[in-house]
Ligand binder design. Structure first.
Ligand code: AMP
Length: 690
């Protein structure tokens, strides 16, 4: 049996660790120079290429055939590095680093290494995670799992002597060489749960270096009227990084720049460095507060802030944390080593699962991570005027998570129907602001009796935070073939254009859910109604359906104007409360329904939920009939003390009045949503969206 390791594949440095089987403790495997950290640097001026300290030394000596910082472009198919006349992708370069770490581990353990957990910034997208797995596999490893760096660090934090027995809420502030990640984590003796995550993968120590480089280059240029270019800048980069490190322990430091036949000597104080980079520190604060706000927390609700990543050695970071949280940051684990140690613990737990065995292990915890980016697809807006990103699985839900959504489309006569879906990651409705995962093409549709098919598409984040998608045709339950193609070069620009006619033929549906929220709904009925509403939304094709919310009792409240934005719909459902519109039943929703839907084109529905006997029934029936006359389909759902005869009178037809009980409310709503969707597929003329 081969050994298994944990790898922290860093932008600037990488670290490898394993769990010592005799002690159950994770241990760092040191490199040939007896260092825990190995520079993520490769020098191509020798064969085979040099990796780690030797490569970094070549870089220091001014050698240019040296690759570094390539993690910043991980997964970008257009990014190629050319060394010794050969092109390398960031994935191939990462493979060389992983191979090097694997060899280190094999020499140390005197055994073949076959399995690994690799860490990635929590903020990594599907494509970046997939590229990381590929890099590991190309290095000859079976990748047990990809976990996020802050989660791994928090796992290692649980190891330190005297780790708290009670549950703690901590913020992991991870500022490395090229990335910044924030994770809000709850940690107890048995479990580690990530509650929220934020980050910026274009922010890291390198940006602090860049500020120093610009500052020094400017002084040099002023002094000698000579510009620093090419190799001079490379050399300056190495020197400034050293200067930056010195400023972490000293108040001032000196740098000597030799270029273009001149030598300039400059002194930089820590205060000056802090002034040059104040906005970068502020940005990390803003992102941290976004993660806290996500869970309605503030700095004072935290038990502590754990600093991870080399750049947190800069005193300005500790000072920021002290300032905002009123407490010094947590210490106790080496920030360079924590991530790899956590990865080794996770590798052991994953190997136990794979082999159904148990190893001696200290720091064992059930870990639950969260999704860092919402998953969406490109759809056409309700008024058909533009494309929009329609969110399907929300950010900060636990990994793994999945959601099924129906999708309607018209089949072609000649049997070559295909549906092309563009999946995205991002929080914005604007397609220009999203990351595109690829073009997902569904083919091999089964023969069915009708021309319109409903596909139940399942979108999934797997245990590695990677996206999977599958679809079945609803009547036959037959799975469709799915092929993933790279994103065409004109995406996302093409989504700036007006959707063409072919893409807008699907008829839009607008539905208002109108809930009677009088006093009798207090407690379980309200909870059941919220669940039923959520179930309803999940059964709607939000690429063609807008949903709004109305609540009423004595008065009427329009809680949400119909929208295709799942986030807003779920949020409004959560905000439904009793008492805001009174507690009796003297009001009714039909004036509001008529007003809201009279100007809307496409198919229009109101689903009215009642649990009691309304006052002024005759008048309400008249108002409901006005809606029917305008072709607004009214579906009435009653339970508890609702009056069945009255419900039949307000519904558009007797089949559209349903009486149920509390335990079957979700099922009833789900069925209504499915029937609306299916009814639409028989009326409309929808091709695939593209
Ligand atoms: P990591 O990716 O976590 O290994 O972090 C590497 C980053 O930490 C690089 O930008 C380093 O320059 C930075 N770093 C390491 N040590 C120090 C230090 N003593 N002071 C300031 N930055 C440091």
């Amino acid at each position: 049996m081969g050994a298994f390791i944990g790898i922290d594949l860093g932008t600037t440095y990488s670290v490898v660790a394993y769990v010592n089987p005799a002690t159950g403790q994770p241990v760092i495997i040191r490199n040939a120079a007896n260092k825990a950290i190995t520079p993520s640097v490769i020098a191509f001026d020798s064969q085979p290429p040099l990796v780690g300290d030797e490569a970094k030394e070549r870089q220091l000596a001014g050698e240019t055939e040296v690759a570094s910082f390539f993690k910043r472009n991980m997964g970008d198919p257009h990014y190629l590095y050319t060394f010794a006349d050969k092109d390398y992708t960031p994935t191939q370069l990462s493979t060389l680093i992983i191979q090097h770490l694997k060899q280190l581990a094999e020499q140390h353990l005197r055994q073949k290494v076959t399995h690994a957990v690799i860490t990635v910034p929590a903020y990594f997208t599907h494509i970046q995670r997939s590229a990381t797995i590929e890099a590991g596999e190309q290095a000859g490893l079976h990748i047990l799992k990809i976990i996020s760096e802050p989660t791994a660090a928090a796992l290692a934090y649980g190891l330190r002597p005297g780790a708290a027995q009670r549950e703690q809420r901590i913020l992991v502030y991870d500022l490395g060489g090229g990335t910044f990640d924030i994770s809000l984590i709850s940690i107890s003796e048995q479990e580690l749960t990530v509650m929220a995550t934020e980050g910026d993968h274009q922010l890291g120590g390198k940006d602090w270096d860049d500020r120093l480089i610009a500052y020094i280059a400017e002084q040099f240029e002023q002094e000698f009227a000579s510009e620093l270019i090419g190799d001079d800048i490379n050399e300056l980069r190495v020197q400034t990084e050293r200067l930056k490190h010195t400023l972490s322990s000293k108040e001032k430091a000196e740098i000597r720049v030799h270029a273009a036949g001149h030598t300039g000597t400059y002194t930089v104080t820590r205060a000056c460095f802090e002034e040059l980079t104040r906005d970068l520190v502020e940005r990390t604060r803003t992102l941290s507060e976004m993660a806290l706000h996500e869970k309605q927390l503030s700095w004072s609700n935290l038990d502590g802030v754990l600093l991870v990543g080399g750049s947190t050695r800069m005193p300005m970071i500790g000072e920021l944390i002290q300032h905002v949280s009123g407490k010094p940051p947590m210490r106790g684990i080496n920030p360079d080593e924590a991530v790899a140690l956590g990865a080794a613990i996770q590798a052991t737990m994953e190997k136990e699962r794979e082999d159904d065995t148990e190893f001696l292990l200290v720091g064992r915890k059930q870990t639950t991570d969260v999704i860092a980016h919402s998953l969406g697809m490109i759809a056409v807006s309700e008024d058909h005027s533009r494309y929009r990103n329609s969110i399907i699985i929300r950010k900060n839900l636990p990994i793994p998570s999945e959601r099924a959504r129906p999708y309607m489309l018209r089949l072609r006569y000649n049997n070559d129907t295909h549906l092309e879906v563009y999946l995205t990651q991002g929080e914005n409705e604007d397609p220009q602001q999203c990351v595109y995962l690829g073009s997902y093409i569904f083919e091999q549709f089964p023969k069915i009796a009708t021309r319109e098919a409903i596909l139940d598409i399942t979108y999934r984040y797997d245990k590695n935070g990677m996206v999977e998608i599958s679809a079945v045709e609803r009547t036959t339950r037959q799975s469709l073939k799915v092929t993933v193609l790279p994103v065409p070069p004109d995406v996302p620009l093409r989504f700036l254009q007006h959707p063409d006619e072919q893409q807008t033929q699907r008829e839009h549906i607008t539905i208002y859910l109108a809930f009677d929220l009088s006093g009798s709904m207090q407690g379980d009925p309200l909870a059941a109604a919220k669940l039923a509403a959520e179930e309803f939304v999940n059964q709607c094709d939000l690429t063609t359906t807008s949903i709004g919310l109305i609540s009423f009792s004595d008065r009427v409240s329009i809680d949400l104007i119909a929208t295709q934005n799942a986030d807003q719909i779920f949020q409004s459902i959560q905000y439904l409360t009793i008492g805001r519109t009174g507690i009796e039943n003297s009001g009714h929703p039909f004036d509001a329904i008529e007003n809201l839907l009279s100007t809307v084109t496409g198919r229009r529905y109101a689903v009215v939920l009642a649990d009691g006997v309304w006052e002024h029934q005759k008048k309400v029936i008249r108002k409901a009939q006005k809606c029917h006359a305008q072709q607004i389909e009214v579906i009435a759902v009653g339970f508890g003390a609702a009056d069945e005869k009255f419900l039949r009178a307000i519904a558009s037809s007797s089949e559209q009045s349903l009486f149920t009980d509390l335990s079957r409310l979700s099922e009833t709503f789900s069925t209504i949503a499915q029937e609306i969707t299916e009814a639409n597929s028989q009326h409309s003329n929808p091709p695939g969206i593209f």
